[in-house]
Design a protein around this ligand. Structure first.
Ligand SMILES: *Cc1c(COP(=O)(O)O)cnc(C)c1O
Length: 358
């Protein structure tokens, strides 16, 4: 079986670094675990490193962490579906919302379950994904404040997701002013003024004026060590936390050019052999590994050895082994992109192996 090695020590390191950095600026962190399917071992490492709030986009992941006894406050960071409201109230402490009607239903259900559920209202700041339009915010806040069973804990915004809008001083100060107006208008203090995700990293590091922003929701920065505007590595953080290990199941010399007329591949994509670069006379040593598109996305794999990825079908990764002396059963390691990690964590065919240097 192929497996993914997960370095818990690096996760703890990144968590602590970010916590210390942001604490100095008065910013709390919601650590986001959707990349790892709310894995309780990883959630515990993050909690042990000092993070009190853990968020995930899927209620099933929240349930998994709750049932595993994770002590953090758990936040559903995706708008609740109407059909999952009873579970949201039962298992999540807080949810991010942008529909008044849903917040009213959460209130009814919370009263039924005798709970107090925290609400963070999402505000549209230009990226056009979740969020209430700023000009309609005040009457909605007014109604939520009056509801029983729910408590307005703050407002949030999310950029660099759908449209790809970059967080900067302009939109962050605008968001901060919205928070200020709400606080003044209703005489309340918002516990969370949540400015965004790992795409806010460069902004939060460089900005001279972060306004009232006092929270960020970080997944990619903690788990990949990347800021997410360009997915570039943050020098102070650890990268390559996830290593995929596949195994050679076939290795032999094959012609560099296919035989016969060829059309699209199994997925209907143009054959890689349409490119003259990949064709040629003679032979290459080619290997099949026991991983495929069901488990990874091959464009998101970076081999650690000097080999070349030629492509993948559902069940095999096809590589050119170059000058390496490999044999059947040998293990081949890869660093991974966000998307590849997401898929590998989701695949029941990839074993998850945790290790810790201490
Ligand atoms: C995924 C997500 C995050 C975390 O994003 P990263 O870029 O991985 O830090 C934060 N907020 C919301 C609403 C999300 O969906």
């Amino acid at each position: 079986m192929a497996y993914i090695e997960i370095d818990l020590e690096k996760i703890r390191y990144n968590t602590k670094f970010l916590k210390n950095l942001l604490e100095k600026k008065g910013i709390s962190i919601f650590a986001i675990t959707k990349l790892v399917l709310g894995d309780p071992v990883i959630a515990k490492a993050i909690f042990d490193a000092g993070i009190e709030y853990i968020g995930d986009s899927r209620i099933d992941n929240i349930i998994k962490m709750r049932e595993a006894g994770i002590k953090a406050k758990l936040i559903l960071i995706r708008n609740p579906s109407v059909s999952e409201i009873p579970q949201v109230i039962k298992y999540a402490d807080i949810s991010l919302n942008s529909e008044l009607q849903v917040v009213k239903m959460l209130s009814e259900e919370a009263k039924r379950q005798n709970k107090l559920h925290g609400i963070i209202l999402m505000v549209e700041m230009g990226d056009l994904r979740e969020g209430i339009m700023p000009n309609t915010l005040e009457p909605i806040v007014k109604q939520i404040i009056d509801l029983k069973g729910v408590e307005l804990l703050g407002i949030g915004t999310n950029l660099k997701c759908f449209a790809g809008v970059i967080p900067d001083d302009t939109n962050m100060i605008e968001f901060s002013t919205i928070a200020e107006n709400i606080q003044n208008q209703f005489g309340i203090k918002l516990k969370f003024i949540s400015g965004g995700n790992s795409a806010n990293y460069n902004w939060v590091r460089s900005s001279k004026n972060i306004g009232l922003i006092n929270n960020l929701r970080l997944g990619t920065a903690i788990l990949m060590g990347l800021e997410s505007i360009k997915d570039s590595p943050v020098i102070e953080l650890e990268q390559n936390i996830f290593t995929l290990v596949g195994e050679i199941v076939q290795i032999n010399k094959k012609p560099k050019t296919p035989k016969g007329k060829f059309t699209t591949n199994a997925f209907g994509e143009p054959s890689i052999f349409k490119s003259k670069k990949i064709r040629g006379r003679g032979f290459r040593t080619q290997a099949l590994l026991n991983i495929g598109r069901q488990d990874i996305i091959e464009s998101g794999l970076v081999p650690i050895a000097n080999i070349e990825i030629l492509g993948a079908s559902s069940d095999y990764l096809i590589i050119d082994v170059k000058n390496n002396k490999f044999k059947v059963g040998d293990k081949i390691k890869f660093n991974m992109s966000y998307e590849s990690v997401l898929r590998a964590m989701t695949s029941p065919f990839i074993e998850k192996i945790f290790f810790s240097r201490i």
